[in-house]
Design a protein around this ligand. Structure first.
Ligand code: SAM
Ligand code: SF4
Length: 446
């Protein structure tokens, strides 16, 4: 990154944004995943599946036009068309090997998710060829949802037509903000004009579910601008709005600049401000008919607009992770692929497993994993956990839940335990108290 990132002076509140990840995306924490458990995945793949868990596919496209200053995903901005071709071919070989395994043979994916990086970085032709090949290996005709993440500036009408044609039902646009100044100083490649044209084409093509991602607390965000962003979203009126609170993990451009300037506090809004902004957006969206369905999402019509990938994954589905640094989850085993693209491709070419680390979870860990992920929806169903894991949540977590209730963070509605709005907005900080003692205070993102 050659551009200079605007850094404001360190400031002090009780809850500044410090470097690191706050978002809890899985359990047990990644630092417990290891090389020793990698052979467990091969053993599982050699045996037939019990057939009870639905199957999904996550496909990672690690290419972007530009690396955003806040981004912590595995992305490359310097690959040429030969590198891309080689990568796509390797992922097909990887899928082929899953489809031939006893565990996957004969099963059909219920959901497919193209994430990144930027799936929409690929050309219409590359996407058509890739998805034809994927379907030939493992047909998608039973999929309830196919999600595709896009950076708005990469979307032409022709590309969107191709995306619609190969079966995408949920189009996710990484809008992040509507101010060109904010987009620019945060290192985004797109500008607001491209958001409006991409959104218009997507609407005309009739995608079932269009989602817009926003980040609360980008560099230089202000109350005034955020209010404007919320108004813009309301005007576009997408089926789903996802709002993340800005994090500044250690592998971001922003952190690099902080380190160079000897700063401990990230030059973005503090946590109370970010929560206030998300709350403001949710309240405004609720006023025009949206429903808040998780800590990060509001949807216009909850009956019609589902998020199958999230809901399946958070209730224990199997998911094949394809591509460099992809995460997967099969038969209670977590795994992650190699994180260097050349290493990944070469390993596939030499017919070895591209998995770098895994974790064979036990029943208790699987229970806690589902519980913490489902808390992010704002409510958990006690009967579900009793039936599936034989655990009475109220008894098992009596002390923690009493504390949450005492603070007004939690209430009970029939079978369900329900988080208050303010608790939901900081849910990622609450979840650690549900971890097993050995997993608390662990390095979560390694
Ligand atoms: C893989 S990106 C989406 C697709 C595409 N690469 C793009 O950015 O337009 C997934 C989403 O993660 C969110 N995100 C990325 N870095 C973040 C950070 N540091 N803090 C909070 N959210 C972040 C952004 O909202 C982004 O749209
Ligand atoms: S476009 Fe998306 S994946 Fe790529 S660097 Fe930016 S946030 Fe990360």
């Amino acid at each position: 990154m050659t551009e200079k990132i605007s850094i404001q002076p360190d400031y002090e509140t009780k809850d500044e944004t410090k470097a690191g990840n706050y978002f809890v995306s899985n359990y047990p924490p990644f630092s417990f995943w290891n090389e020793q458990d990698v052979p467990c995945v091969s053993s599982l793949l050699n045996s037939p599946s019990s057939g009870s868990a639905p199957l999904g596919i996550y496909y990672h496209v690690p290419f972007c036009r530009k690396r955003c200053h806040f981004c912590y995903f595995k992305v490359y901005t310097d690959k040429n068309s030969n590198d891309v071709r080689k990568y796509l071919a390797s992922t097909i070989k990887e899928l082929q090997s899953y489809s031939e395994s006893n565990y996957v043979k004969g099963r059909k994916p219920k959901f497919v998710y193209f994430g990144g990086g930027t799936p929409s970085y690929l050309s219409a032709q590359q996407l058509e060829d890739l998805t034809d090949q994927m379907k030939a290996v493992l047909p998608w005709d039973d999929a309830e949802e196919v999600t595709f993440e896009c950076e708005p500036g990469t979307l032409s009408e022709k590309k969107l037509e191709a995306i619609k044609k190969f079966g995408v039902t949920r189009l996710s646009l990484g809008v992040e903000n509507f101010s060109d100044h904010i987009l620019e100083i945060n290192g985004r490649a797109h500008r607001s004009k491209e958001v409006f044209s991409a959104y218009k084409f997507a609407k005309e093509l009739g995608f079932e579910n269009i989602n817009i991602d926003l980040i609360a607390g980008m560099l230089d965000e202000t109350d005034e601008n955020w209010t404007e962003c919320v108004e813009q979203v309301k005007e576009l009126s997408p089926d789903c709005v996802t709002i993340y609170q800005m994090e500044v993990p250690f592998n971001t451009g922003i952190f690099k600049s902080m380190k160079e300037g000897g700063k401990l506090t990230a030059p973005v809004a503090d946590w109370p401000t970010k929560r206030r902004w998300v709350n403001q957006a949710y309240e405004a969206l609720e006023k025009v008919g949206y429903t808040v369905t998780s800590a990060y999402t509001a949807v216009k019509n909850p009956e019609a607009t589902k998020f199958v990938y999230r809901d399946r994954l958070w209730s224990g589905a199997d998911m094949i992770g394809l591509g460099v640094s992809s995460f997967g989850h099969l038969g209670g085993i977590h795994y992650q692929n190699l994180t260097n693209i050349d290493h990944y491709c070469d390993t596939i070419e030499s017919k070895k497993t591209p998995i770098r680390r895994a974790l064979l979870t036990n029943d208790e860990e699987r229970f806690i994993r589902e519980l913490i992920l489902q808390w992010k929806l704002g409510r958990v169903n006690q009967k579900y956990f009793n039936d599936k894991f034989g655990v009475n949540i109220s008894e098992r977590y009596y002390t923690v839940l009493s504390e949450w209730k005492g603070r007004g963070d939690l209430s009970e509605e029939n079978e369900e335990l329900v988080l208050s709005r303010s608790a939901l907005l900081k849910v990622d900080t609450l979840l650690h108290s549900l971890f097993l003692p050995r997993h608390r205070n662990a390095e979560r993102y390694v």
